[in-house]
Design a protein. Structure first.
Length: 402
């Protein structure tokens, strides 16, 4: 069977690495900016694509510029609810049946909203989209699997003044404290808020994440927050190996108990190892890969995003996914940022199929990994039932195309 785009769009899919503030509809961004009097470089989609949300970027700093605009318009509960609702609809439209939306609530916290208020607002939008989709006759009748979602609370490795009202006030209050202690404090506070939102208010907060600059801001600074998340049964993912080497990935899975890894592009790059204590760098990488494989720690692969932020990759055939595939690691394809990277889950899968000549059998495994390694909100029994339903539906689509 040839893997076509039509087939890819029909099969059930996941997106486990999906940033809310990187995935707004441009039309919504423009409308919210006008309503809230947020200045944009352009007020039409073509202008924004030319100036901000490009198909190619010079480097990671240029890639991140767009987030200043998206975060600025997501400072009200109405805006958060709307964007959450639209993001779910956009995924449903291309056959994505499960998403985990990650975002940093503290970037949206202000005098009008606590972190829990922020998470509640997003959840209202996602829940509305889910309820509408799952009310369809084909879902109600059991012919198609339902749409499900979870929310991942994302802490920041570092932040400076101007990042958000909350972070500004935190830095002011602790003006004489060491910065990395303040960063750790913010992460601890977010874990507590996430656990309360889940346990007291019933929100599907399924995991905890750490994002931001890796170099100079080690994951170990946030070990206390991750230990607290671990004790409260929050599942854990970490941005690691996106801009730093294998040591950052090692910290994520040992100091932070990571269940999944975001990106892990430099997992196989021994030349990125900096520690003088590591004498045999190749052996270190081999042991690390074996450790990840043994524990089925899943890698959230974001091909387009990596190509845009890491110029040295140059083309997808050089992406380290080729090594992940050879090592039989658990991996799943994700968008990272649908708007900033101008991509969809279907786009990511099609690019992978074309660049790495993935077989139908392999594709099925990678897609199902997404469901199996999700931080599903619900009991293990319900998750198993959902995964079986997904597999049955996938095989039904396979028969139609074979």
């Amino acid at each position: 069977m040839k893997i076509s785009r039509e087939f890819i769009e029909k099969i059930p899919k996941t997106d486990l690495h999906l940033h809310l503030d990187g995935s707004l509809r441009l039309s919504t961004l423009i409308e919210l900016a006008r309503e809230q009097k947020v200045t944009l470089p352009a007020y039409n989609e073509a202008g924004l694509r030319r100036l901000v949300f490009k198909s190619h970027y010079a480097d990671l700093p240029e890639y991140l510029q767009g987030f200043a605009y998206t975060t600025a318009v997501l400072q009200t509960p109405e805006a958060l609810e709307r964007v959450g609702y639209e993001l779910a609809l956009d995924n449903q439209a291309e056959g994505v049946r499960y998403i985990e939306v990650r975002f940093a609530p503290q970037l949206h916290q202000n005098a009008r909203m606590t972190s829990i208020d922020v998470m509640m607002a997003l959840n209202r939008g996602l829940a509305r989209a889910k309820d509408e989709f799952n009310a369809r006759p084909e879902v109600q009748g059991g012919d198609e699997p339902p749409f499900e979602y979870g929310i991942i609370a994302c802490a920041m490795r570092m932040f400076g003044k101007g990042a958000s009202a909350y972070f500004d006030s935190l830095l002011d209050v602790h003006a004489h404290s060491e910065r990395k202690w303040v960063f750790s404090l913010a992460s601890m506070e977010l874990v507590r808020a996430a656990v309360e939102a889940r346990d007291k208010f019933g929100l599907p907060i399924v995991g905890f994440d750490l994002a931001g600059a890796e170099a100079g801001y080690p994951a170990s600074d946030h070990a206390q927050a991750y230990a607290l998340a671990h004790k409260n049964f929050l599942k854990k993912t970490v941005h690691a190996g996106e801009a730093y080497g294998p040591e950052s990935i090692f910290q994520a899975i040992t100091d932070l108990h990571a269940d999944r890894l975001g990106h892990a592009v430099y997992l196989f790059d021994a030349n990125m190892i900096k520690s003088p204590e590591i004498k045999d760098k190749k052996a270190y990488v081999n042991s690390l890969v074996q450790f990840i494989a043994d524990r089925r720690i899943t890698i959230e692969v974001c091909l387009t995003s990596n190509l845009q932020t890491i110029p040295t990759i140059r083309d997808l055939s050089r992406h380290s996914f080729r090594h992940m595939r050879k090592a039989k690691l658990s991996a799943t394809f994700c968008t990272d940022n649908r708007t900033v990277s101008r991509t969809t889950v279907s786009d990511e899968i099609l690019k992978a199929v074309q660049a790495f000549h993935i077989t139908p059998h392999e594709l099925k495994n990678f897609v199902i990994y997404g469901f199996k390694r999700s931080f599903f909100h619900g009991t293990y029994i319900k998750k198993r039932e959902y995964v079986h339903q997904i597999i049955e539906y996938y095989e039904k689509i396979e028969k139609e195309f074979s």
